[in-house]
Write a protein that binds this ligand. Structure first.
Ligand SMILES: [Ca+2]
Ligand SMILES: [Ca+2]
Length: 436
């Protein structure tokens, strides 16, 4: 008897397996057609209900990537709320139990809206510190996204934003700031030209522990379609601190609400052609006596009729370990090439060295740069120095880890008497991702 029951169960299992394999059902009445009347309108994808369907499997693809998949009972999907954009292909098939109907493929364009774009100041910081323990990156749970940028004390310091703008135009750009020394000011430069000046008129107090009360200030900026650079920085020169002092939490760019196809932006690439790391935006490493490396910014503003990139040039680099430290977040581990736009003074042979670390090399005189791989350039060609900096012909290849990196461009020996290196900016170009 036991053997008979076992045989029956086995037969049933074989029949079920066979039925499933052929896509049929034991129930002849179940027949699932391809969905019909599919349409995409006002952000909603809809199709007619399929007779006998229990629900629908939906798979959305953008190019080869599956961007969303689900099993739903409804015949309409709010695609806009899924945040999908660009040319999307959706595959819809009805199902009932284990039975699946024939799939329908449908391609449509999901437009995106150019609304408000938020930039956290702390995400666009090339200067992690002025050499002080607190640095420029300040955690504060009351600040937007838990952090802000402080310590913008010297000429040319601030934040430098790379932004892929979908629609050209002139827009409101609002900074959320704090200052205890109102009125304070920051310059806004867009794509290498002076654009506007923020007036920070409200005395909000500094952002301290348990205290943070940022106020808004708005200017208008004009952006191109494609990659733009927006720098917000302290004006002044090497001796004063014109502009008073302010701290920056975040910025809001007010888009015009226009609809756009994000795929139209693919031709601009996923990153700028090059990242410009302004020397004055980084942390200067300057010998301050007694063997201590300080971070007083010796930036120089306008020389004669020439305007430096971002308005400032870092000068007075003359001794071993002096130079610039930049903080840079790489989205992936990758090879980059880097070169500098520089000037030279005197007849000294000047061959700067690049070093990459994941932790900051503390600004002490005997910093252990020798513990890291050094990429030394050949001696730079003499240029007319600060009158007009030139790009080095030589590139150096460096590897950046995904996430935080510190990039140093320093001298590894004292320059001969009278020699001086001046750096306007470093140009960093992505070569390829390193996958391990
Ligand atoms: Ca913030
Ligand atoms: Ca510069």
């Amino acid at each position: 008897m036991i053997k008979k029951i076992f045989t029956l169960i086995l037969c049933a299992a074989v029949i079920t397996t066979a039925l499933l394999a052929c896509g049929c059902s034991g129930d002849d009445s179940v027949k699932l057609d391809k969905p019909t009347n599919i349409a995409f309108e006002d952000g909603i994808l809809s199709y007619d209900a399929v007779e006998n369907a229990e629900g629908y499997d939906v798979i959305f693809k953008h190019g080869e990537d599956v961007v969303y998949e689900d099993r739903i009972a409804d015949t309409a999907i709010d695609v806009e709320s899924l945040g999908l954009g660009g040319t999307i292909t959706v595959t819809v098939s009805a199902y009932k139990g284990e039975v699946k109907g024939e799939a329908l493929d449908y391609t449509f364009v999901a437009l995106s809206t150019f609304g408000e774009v938020v930039f956290e100041a702390e995400d666009y910081l090339a200067n992690f510190g002025t050499g002080t323990r607190d640095g420029c990156f300040r955690n504060n749970s009351l600040a937007h996204k838990g952090a802000y940028v402080g310590g913008i004390d010297d000429a040319g310091q601030g934040v430098y934003i790379n932004y892929l703008c979908p629609v050209a135009g002139t827009y409101d750009f609002t900074a959320y700031y704090t200052t205890d020394m109102a009125p304070a000011h920051n310059d806004v430069w867009v794509n290498g030209s002076f654009s506007a000046k923020f007036d920070f008129t409200e005395k909000t107090g500094w952002g301290g522990t348990g205290v943070y009360d940022a106020a808004p200030a708005t200017v208008k900026i004009t952006l191109l379609k494609g990659w733009n650079t927006i720098s917000v920085m302290k004006n002044g020169d090497e001796t004063d601190n014109y502009g008073s002092f302010a701290e920056l939490d975040y910025f809001v760019l007010k888009g015009n609400g226009e609809k756009y196809n994000m795929d139209d932006l693919l031709s601009y690439g996923v990153r700028p052609e090059s990242y410009i790391l302004e020397a004055e935006m980084g942390s200067p490493r300057k010998k301050m006596g007694s063997g201590i490396m300080g971070c007083k910014n010796p930036s120089i503003q306008n020389h004669g009729s020439y305007t430096f990139s971002n308005g400032f040039l870092m000068g007075a680099i003359t001794s071993k370990y002096e130079g610039v430290e930049w903080h840079f977040n790489s989205p992936v581990k990758a090879k980059y090439r880097i070169r500098i736009c520089y000037g030279t003074e005197g007849s000294a042979s000047i061959a700067p060295t690049f070093i990459v670390t994941q932790t900051q090399v503390a600004p002490l005189r005997e910093a252990d740069f020798y513990d890291y791989e050094q990429k030394k350039m050949n001696a730079l060609a003499y240029s007319t120095a600060a009158e007009k900096p030139v790009l080095s012909e030589e590139w150096v290849e460096i590897t950046l880890e995904a996430g935080k990196n510190f990039i140093y461009c320093v001298l590894m020996e004292d320059l001969a008497e009278g020699g001086e290196l001046l750096i306007d900016y470093a140009e960093l170009t992505f070569i390829e991702e390193i996958t391990e």
